[in-house]
Design a protein around this ligand. Structure first.
Ligand code: SF4
Length: 69
């Protein structure tokens, strides 16, 4: 299976300068190891804070519902 990096990048809302952008398997593994979720689980305004913690995710969906991009 070919990596869909370019296609994935079109749908990626991450604003951090990062070499893993579009390589979703590496992205989620990286954040999982840190007890976090990747940028695409957060709405744009929350994503920009770079707080990718599970607690921030839960706080966000409790306030807004599951409305990530
Ligand atoms: S969510 Fe994290 S790992 Fe993924 S592209 Fe953004 S900074 Fe990189």
């Amino acid at each position: 299976m070919e990596c869909k990096k370019d296609q994935n990048k079109e749908n990626c809302n991450c604003t951090y300068s990062c070499s893993k952008k579009g390589i979703c398997c590496d992205c989620i593994a990286y954040h999982r190891k840190l007890g976090q979720l990747p940028a695409c689980y957060f709405p744009n305004d929350v994503e920009k804070t770079y707080d990718r913690s599970v607690s921030k995710f839960l706080e966000t969906i409790n306030e807004r519902g599951p409305i990530w991009n």
